[in-house]
Design a protein around this ligand. Structure first.
Ligand code: ADP
Ligand code: MG
Length: 334
């Protein structure tokens, strides 16, 4: 029997009822996550990265949202059918999520000590003293100096980067199996961003935490991820090991994203290139490939049928009929 994955998502579909119609934000997403692994999710804004992850944690507002199909097994337990009590237990204890803005996770009216001790008293059964000692230890681990004093400060007394660290300390307080980081360093300057990534790598090494890193920064992907999912229009259009994806992109969208980076290790500060054209209207998805209108390699069949997933020779898969290495881009055809 195949070894059970830490997380196994299968055919996840999420839609939103809006004035424009049903917005199909996530359209049959399947992936898994192994213990201790860092999985990157990249793709332009609106491609369904956040919704995929929020759905697993029961954080999609319903209505207007609806999870219309799928399973998301965490150690074999389906998160999509778990009740609210169980989900809040899992969120506090086993799967943590951090965001771009630390203040979505931190309460401005409570000291850091109050927030950190609350979760460990609740989920780990710590006594008051144990909880405070643990809170100080967590702050030290994320690199906050003078932790035994700073623990009694309020979030606003920390700088942006330090607040990010406090949020990470809070997320990791109960030593979760999975940390979902949704563009955690986007708002920070480059130096602090690099520090936060180093910190996450170190914490992963020390604790074996699996990380889902949602980002639009290829440097982040190259720096921290083992495997990558490329999302477009609510679907995974390509997945592969990081080195293999950078060396050998097979989906035209991935190719477009990578085009500005001449060699994957050349300039890691490059952001994802903006691929010309508009993202698909998720309320009126086309019959065929949703990347078709923007695709340089398109053929007639792409407009008519949705490409299935084809295996990449080096592992992983991609959803495209075309062999981009042997077909000329539209601009070069005569
Ligand atoms: N509460 C909501 N109501 C309506 N549409 C939503 C809601 N949340 C997300 N969406 C839509 O779902 C799509 C995917 O969003 P999201 O997962 O946030 O994208 P990403 O994180 O990749 O930028 C977007 O088109 C967005 O407009
Ligand atoms: Mg997002």
């Amino acid at each position: 029997m195949e070894e059970q994955k830490l997380l196994q998502v299968d055919d996840l579909r999420v839609e939103f009822r809006t004035d424009e119609g049903i917005v199909r934000a996530v359209n049959g997403v399947s992936f898994d996550l192994a213990a201790g692994e860092t999985l990157g999710i990249v793709g332009e804004s609106g491609s369904g990265k956040s919704v995929t992850n929020l759905a697993m944690l029961g954080l999609i507002p319903q209505p207007p949202g609806r999870i219309s199909s799928g399973t998301a097994l965490y150690r074999g337990e389906d998160l999509l059918t778990a009740n609210a009590k169980r989900l809040s237990q899992i969120r506090g204890r086993h799967i943590a999520m951090i965001f771009q803005d630390p203040m979505t996770a931190l309460n401005p009216f409570l000291t850091v000590e109050e927030q950190l001790t609350e979760v460990t008293r609740l989920h780990l059964g710590h006594s008051h003293d144990e909880a405070i000692a643990h809170a100080i230890k967590m702050l030290e681990q994320v690199g906050i100096t003078g932790a035994e004093k700073r623990v009694f400060d309020y979030p606003h007394q920390f700088s942006g980067g330090m607040r990010q660290r406090v949020m990470i300390a809070l997320a990791l307080s109960c030593n979760p199996d999975i940390l979902i980081a949704d563009e955690p360093s986007t708002a920070l300057d480059v130096t602090i961003q690099a520090q936060i990534l180093d910190l996450m790598k170190q914490l992963q090494k020390d604790h074996g935490t699996a990380i889902i890193m949602i980002t639009h920064d290829l440097g982040v992907v190259a720096n921290i991820c083992h495997r990558v999912l490329v999302m477009y229009g609510g679907k995974i259009v390509e997945r592969a090991d990081v080195d293999s994806l950078f060396a050998n992109p097979r989906h035209p969208y991935t190719l477009g994203l990578l085009e500005s980076v001449p060699r994957w290790d050349a300039d890691l500060s490059k952001k994802l290139k903006v691929v010309p054209g508009q993202p698909p209207d998720l309320a009126h998805l086309p019959a065929g490939c949703s990347f078709y209108p923007r695709c340089s390699y398109r053929e007639v069949r792409c407009e008519q049928s949705v490409p299935p997933a084809f295996e990449r020779p080096e592992g992983g898969d991609f959803a495209c009929f075309i062999d981009v290495d042997s077909v000329k881009p539209v601009e070069e055809r005569t």
